[in-house]
Design a protein around this ligand. Sequence first.
Ligand SMILES: Cc1ncc(COP(=O)(O)O)c(C=O)c1O
Length: 408
Amino acid sequence: MTSAKAAPQRGTDPESATAFERLNILLAGLEPGQAPIVLTIGEPRHALPDFVGPTLAANLDDFRRYPAIRGTDAFRQTVADWLDKRFKLDGLIDPKVHILALNGSREGLFSAAFIAADLTGKENPVTLLPNPYYHPYSVGADRAGTEAIFIDAPEKNGFLPDLDALDPKVLDRTVAFYFASPANPQGSIAPLDYWQRLIELARKHDFYLFADECYSEIYRDAPPTGVLEAAKAMDGDLSHIVAFNSLSKRSNLAGLRCGFAVGDPAFISAWTTFRNSAAPQVPMPVQAVGIAAFSDEAHVEENRRLYNEKFDMAERVLSNSFGFSRPEGGFFVWLDASRFGGGVEMAKRLWVEQGVKVVPGAYLSHTQADGSNPGDDYIRLAMVEDIDTTRRALERIAALGDERGAGE
Ligand SMILES: Cc1ncc(COP(=O)(O)O)c(C=O)c1O
């Protein structure tokens, strides 16, 4: 099912606020029942990789220089090499035309919608988003003058947007389709054939597929397939595709603001021109850290080991309560809160009784035209804390469940 976002008056739509702003309002004036544990923001708290300080120090002098908007040659070459190895691309990526440095993937995901609207030049333009969704997608779509249409990603469809529900007439008006794999919040991963269907749709209906892969390195067992790999397995044509990634999740460097976009050369070129005015460049010493981070896998493997340990623990502590199942990727847990009267009620009780702060699923999802919201019955936990803190939080959540009879 799809649902268009009704055009609200600016500033009056509750969804124009971020989930965190809405949570602050929900919990205002409520005291935590125990010492607070905050599992809201997806900001990894694992150790800073040890090369960060020395690399910054060795490149300090470059803070005096304005960086080129595209990124340095060395940064783009390193990213191309990393992509090649990670997604087995056999030299498909040309760093000169396919890659653009970003100040973290978020600003890129936001501004890419403007370029999609410009380049496709469609009338009554539409942007497609998964539901639940990442907030900047919808703000970018809206500010670029397109109508955001939300595609349910229900559990029965493996938490992937239901592509069969798409109306060809809407697809013809579509300028961009945002899609994350692994997904935030459900952790679902698109298999190769799903990516290929998306690419076929993008080509057939002339829209851009924005593949948000910032969780690509946080996975349980097998590395997720990426959109570039899917394109390579088809014919290697990267037109209509832009993938986004960053060091925030992979390398615990959310504050560094270093990421990249890769894909359609015509799109990258038009976007580079656009970005040259606002100039959200990545400082050169930061790109030097980026080179070090994309050249090292040991710290990423350690991250995965820690996340897997926490997901093993969640499996033990929560067992089958709250519909817990181990997500394939990412670092969120998406728990069923229906027996507490929904995610908003459960988030309030967890804070007031247990001091655990989580995000209600409805704050991460769009309310459909019929008033339903696919996130209503869920809460999201970010498993970003250290092992001990995470254990305490999970035990407190389980205690809330016990009170109502776990497993009921
Ligand atoms: C789905 C998704 N995409 C993109 C981002 C942006 O991350 P960054 O701008 O740090 O690369 C996030 C951050 O939480 C996210 O959850």
